[in-house]
Design a protein around this ligand. Structure first.
Ligand code: PAF
Length: 281
């Protein structure tokens, strides 16, 4: 595995591989790798000749009151994990390399941002779309892998690639969960011990909602209410949102049918967690 820190070197290496008609699988991350990331890397490894992993905590996608400085980082651990997962190139640029000066152009996401995390994180998806536009031009992947845990991100990236005609296939990958159902996340380390136990209620409440829907419940309001009550009864978490929308359009539904997403975000003492279920009705 080679660690590359400059954009120029990364592009030269990839262009060499492309000249040999090699397919390139790309896993963009902000590091502090967990099993969810390793699943993405594994899938990229199976489906491509060359695998590139990027680690870059992107300041552009953090709001002024968000956790950019406290976002967990451990490069040596990540490097060892990437090596053992047979990554070919680990792209690890500094902020100065990616943003040497204030950008004169940024990507603004026009749709799907006024719901879910977009509503409480203004500008977040613009930052994601901007850094991914740069990363796609640097890594030039054949396929790029994203976890479905951030289902809104998958929907936004899908729109980005279609709108700007990036010749890249976006591969959404299922959520990886802990034994008690908590979705794996780099941020889980910031849960207090009792909160870590309580956090399993998120998936439990989503599964209970799924069961109610499968038994015929079709009222989004009733389902959201029962998820809220379960979370309030079994944890100290503050519910940021619980939403049921069409997927991937992310439009509000009066009645449930088609492909839907039940998504939620809650705040614990030092961390905000998200989770979702996508259902075909
Ligand atoms: O999902 C993430 O970790 C980030 O949003 C991404 C896609 C790496 C862009 O910075």
């Amino acid at each position: 595995m080679r660690v590359i820190t400059t954009i120029k070197e990364m592009q030269i290496e990839i262009l060499k591989k492309k000249a040999e008609y090699k397919s390139v699988g790309f896993v963009p991350t902000m590091g502090f790798l967990h099993e969810g990331h390793l699943t993405l890397i594994n899938k990229a490894r199976q489906e491509n000749d060359v695998v590139v992993l990027s680690i870059f905590v992107n300041p552009l996608q953090f709001g002024p009151s968000e956790d950019f400085t406290t976002y967990p980082r451990d490069f040596e651990r990540d490097r060892a994990l990437a090596e053992s997962e047979k990554v070919d190139y680990l792209f690890y640029p500094a902020v100065k390399e990616m943003y040497p000066h204030a950008l004169s152009n940024t990507v603004i996401v026009q749709e799907r941002t006024d719901v879910l995390c977009g509503r409480s994180r203004p500008g977040h998806f613009d930052g994601v779309a901007t850094v991914l536009t740069k990363l796609f031009n640097i890594v030039m992947p054949t396929r790029a892998y994203f976890g479905k845990k951030d289902a809104q991100q998958v929907a936004v990236v899908d729109g980005l690639v279609k709108d700007f005609n990036f010749p890249i296939q976006i591969i959404p990958v299922d959520i990886v969960r802990e034994e008690d159902g908590l979705a794996k996340s780099s941020r889980n380390v910031n849960l207090l011990p009792e909160e870590r136990l309580q956090a399993a209620v998120l998936y439990r409440s989503l599964k209970a909602a799924e069961a109610a829907i499968l038994e015929g419940e079709r009222s989004p309001a009733k389902i959201k209410n029962s998820i809220h009550q379960t979370i309030a009864a079994e944890s100290n978490a503050f519910v940021d949102y619980i939403e049921i929308l069409s997927y991937p359009e992310l439009k509000t539904l009066e009645e449930l049918n088609g492909t839907i997403i039940i998504a939620l975000a809650v705040k614990f003492t030092n961390v905000r967690l998200i989770d979702n279920l996508i259902l075909e009705l």
